[in-house]
Design a protein around this ligand. Structure first.
Ligand code: APR
Ligand code: ZN
Ligand code: ZN
Length: 361
């Protein structure tokens, strides 16, 4: 029997979101219905609302979520009712060219539910990142459910489903940060702080946080920044060189998505170092760099999609570290709010007041 539940819907470009009744079909083959416990508010949800992703309104927003599987389709065996899961947007297919090369973390054909959730008048919904989790229950592909230790509180655990995983993964997966490395992170929002946290758990000995907001730099220290630079009054490239014996860092991570901070990251790394771009640029932006410097500095210029994470490998491991007190996920939860608080949370996010507002169902 299809169920009617509450969901946060973006109906049209730029319009405030609203809580509506939505219809969730029973799970078909390969699908699962998940009862959502908590879901973080991410910039991507706002980008959907602003029409910056595509025009397939109405959107069911929300995608950084943890919950409990309620029911699964007939052929589903990996997860079942009662399992505590974090939702992911990388349910790997196992058969695309990347999966076949043994790189499922960059699967090109990830799975989502095949059936549609709808409004009560039958209008089909587009779930944000194939998830849609500002709602009591959602329908996803079973592979989007990653089982983790149920002792982890959902407000914190759900954040691993997107932004926090992107940042941690930018450091440990894409950047390959290791013991004793020096790292600089440009932008200390949720994603940048997660890159700082990831660098810390990977054993980096110097972690330099760069931002234009002193309050954000203060927070960055709580995640493991050993040095901070306010780049609105200090040249970050010069200062980073000074802090690293004149050399620059092994890994420079850009977590904003701006050409000027990408260039700072480019010049702030050591010879043969790595630049990781995890901030998302807009389509109009351009970067201009001296071509000889790209060759002459060597190393690698990499982009990090979702922290190059493999949910089945990374989520349970990071939740275990969290439960052992070795990973600070709680620090990302700036506030918990109700389902009707998403619009206000967007404004707090725009004003830079929060790392993450988390909707608790
Ligand atoms: N120089 C340094 N820091 C800056 C600058 C700048 N020119 N402009 C903004 N910042 C800082 C802000 O002060 C803020 O602390 O960058 C941080 C950005 O954080 P958030 O807006 O909270 O964004 P976050 O959720 O961390 O996401 C960052 O990663 O995944 C992407 O789409 C996401 O592009 C976004 C980026
Ligand atoms: Zn694949
Ligand atoms: Zn997100």
């Amino acid at each position: 029997m299809p169920q009617e539940v509450r969901g946060v819907i973006a109906k049209a470009k730029g319009e405030p979101v609203s809580v509506e009744t939505i219809v969730i079909p029973d799970p078909g083959p390969g699908e699962a219905v998940v009862e959502i416990k908590a879901c973080g508010v991410c910039h991507t949800d706002l980008h959907y609302r602003e029409g910056g992703i595509n025009d397939e309104f109405p959107f069911l927003l929300g995608h950084e979520a943890a919950g409990v599987v309620e029911a699964v389709g007939p052929d589903v065996t990996d997860v079942g009712p009662g399992d505590y899961v974090i939702l992911n947007w990388r349910a790997v297919c196992g058969s695309c060219r990347s999966c076949l090369k043994g790189k499922p973390q960059i699967c090109f054909n990830t799975h989502n539910a095949t059936q549609k959730m709808t409004l009560t008048d039958g209008t089909e919904l587009s779930p944000a990142l194939g998830i849609g989790a500002f709602c009591d229950k959602t329908l996803v592909a079973a592979g989007q459910c990653t089982k983790v230790n149920p002792e982890a509180r959902p407000e914190a655990a759900g954040l691993l489903g997107c932004g926090v995983m992107a940042g941690i993964g930018a450091a440990i997966n894409t950047g390959g940060v290791g013991r004793g490395d020096s790292v600089a992170v440009f932008g200390c929002g949720g994603v940048g702080d997660a890159a700082i946290e990831g660098s810390r758990i990977a054993g980096a000995s110097t972690i330099i946080a760069v931002d234009i907001d002193d309050a954000k730099l203060e927070l960055a220290k709580q995640f493991g920044a050993t040095h901070t630079i306010n780049s609105s009054n200090t040249d970050p490239v010069e200062k980073i060189r000074e802090l690293t014996g004149g050399n620059g860092v092994d890994v420079a991570i850009e977590a904003i998505g701006l050409p000027q901070t990408y260039e700072q990251a480019f010049y702030a790394r050591d010879l043969a170092g790595t630049v990781v771009l995890v901030g998302v640029p807009n389509p109009e932006m351009k970067v201009e760099l001296p071509f000889i410097e790209i060759f002459g500095r060597g190393g690698a210029l990499k982009s990090s999609w979702y922290g190059d994470c493999l949910p089945s490998r990374d989520f349970p491991m990071l939740i275990d570290l969290y439960l052992q007190g070795r990973l600070n996920l709680d620090g990302f939860v700036s506030e918990t709010i109700g389902i009707e608080g998403v619009e206000e949370a967007f404004h707090k996010m725009e004003r830079g007041e929060v790392l993450r507002s988390v909707v608790v169902m």
